[in-house]
Design a binder for this molecule. Structure first.
Ligand SMILES: [Ca+2]
Ligand SMILES: [Ca+2]
Length: 231
């Protein structure tokens, strides 16, 4: 051993190892995080920022529907001004396929609001999951008629994913107006159906989380070992 300690070259080597470690740590960390989180597939355009692309709407009766921007928030709506005795319905929907039954998470999210309630005789809102057999499973329902700010709803639908194939999220509004002046309007936003598969859990997850740290520590140990050996 040389009593003068580490040479400048050795210190530079250690410094480079530290810099490389700091530089690559976030990349390794995010790769590991992605691995742990698994693969997510989701319906598109959940926030309706600039349009309703990807979503289909079916209109029954004298309802209208469309996309609109209120302030800085894009959303979809359903409306009727009709006062006959027949319900006016609009069903917004989007499909998503399941390729494997090894699903870790299956979640439906949406937000709803009653924007106008003049002349409501009845109003029924439903979030429905149509399964691969074409069965309609009602996940959520509201018959509230008061105007309301957006409320967010989240449903775990994993138990309904029992076959591979296409599932459909449906946001349904059934509106019945009465009287001389009817203006009933419902808004939807932040709507999605998502599936997550391949999540890493338990001991394997704990071990994977150590990988970035072990890599940086290993790099430093190699650098220090070389620096002390070749100083
Ligand atoms: Ca929005
Ligand atoms: Ca009607």
């Amino acid at each position: 051993m040389d009593s003068r300690g580490l040479t400048v070259a050795s210190l530079v080597l250690i410094l480079i190892a530290v810099l490389v470690g700091v530089a690559v740590y976030p990349t390794i960390y995010s790769v590991i995080e992605e691995t742990i989180a698994g693969t997510k597939t989701s319906t598109v355009n959940s926030t309706f920022d600039t349009n309703a692309n990807g979503w289909k709407n079916v209109v029954q009766g004298n309802a209208t529907s469309g996309w609109e921007n209120i302030g800085t928030n894009g959303m979809i709506y359903t409306k009727t001004t009709d006062n006959d005795a027949t319900k006016d319905n609009v069903i917004w929907s989007q499909s998503l396929s399941v390729g494997t039954l090894a699903i870790d998470e299956a979640i439906v999210k949406f937000a709803w609001s009653v924007a106008e309630n003049t002349g409501i005789s009845s109003l029924t809102l439903k979030a429905i999951l149509e399964n691969t057999s074409g069965d309609n499973i009602t996940l959520w329902q509201s018959t509230a008629t008061a105007t309301s700010a957006f409320a967010s709803v989240e449903n775990d639908v994993k138990s309904y994913i029992t076959a591979t194939g296409s599932y459909k999220l449906k946001l349904r509004a059934e509106m019945l107006g009465s009287g001389a002046s009817v203006s009933v309007k419902v808004q939807w936003d932040n709507a999605s159906l998502e599936f997550v598969s391949g999540q890493v859990t338990g001991a394997q997850k704990t071990m994977l989380k150590l990988v970035p740290l072990l890599f940086v520590v290993g790099l430093l140990l190699v650098a220090v070992s070389w620096a002390t050996k070749y100083k």
